[in-house]
Design a protein around this ligand. Structure first.
Ligand code: THU
Length: 132
């Protein structure tokens, strides 16, 4: 079993619960925290379109509520895209709780298609580590 198979299964199960009647574009995500725990999420849309949020955001919120604070791996998948990548806002949210070399597994409906790092996705990122 590939090391990210458990993340993929968690994201796929979350994607099955996606609330995306407007875009009809279900997305699933999962993060593994440094504790080893996995947190999954789906996109949750709203009749007021801008009020919806992404699968990655759901997964991160589960992680934070559970008391974990550091992501060691991220996986994102969609039913309808050959290789989904996190949106700009989610790149920033992932970055907040990751290291520059944290892997992000980009998937289609069947498995991982490409592995990148969060720094690949968000170069020259804004963070306050040295300024607060
Ligand atoms: N979406 C995600 O959940 N994650 C992404 O990485 C890209 C986009 C969602 C937002 C919206 O519910 C739907 O996909 C279409 O944009």
């Amino acid at each position: 079993m590939m090391s990210h198979e458990d993340l993929f299964k968690a994201a796929k199960a979350a994607m099955a619960n996606s609330h995306s009647p407007y875009s009809k574009f279900p997305v699933g995500a999962a993060v593994r925290a440094t504790s080893g725990a996995i947190y999954a999420g789906c996109n949750i849309e709203n009749a007021s379109y801008p009020e919806g949020w992404c699968a990655e955001t759901s997964a991160i919120s589960h992680m934070i509520v559970a008391g974990d604070t550091q992501i060691s791996e991220v996986l994102v998948m969609s039913q309808k895209m050959d290789k989904i990548t996190p949106c700009g806002g989610c790149r920033q949210r992932i970055s907040e709780f990751s290291q520059s070399d944290t892997p992000v597994y980009l998937c289609d409906a069947n498995g991982v298609v490409e592995t990148v790092t969060i720094a690949d996705l968000l170069p020259a990122s804004f963070d306050l580590d040295d300024h607060t």
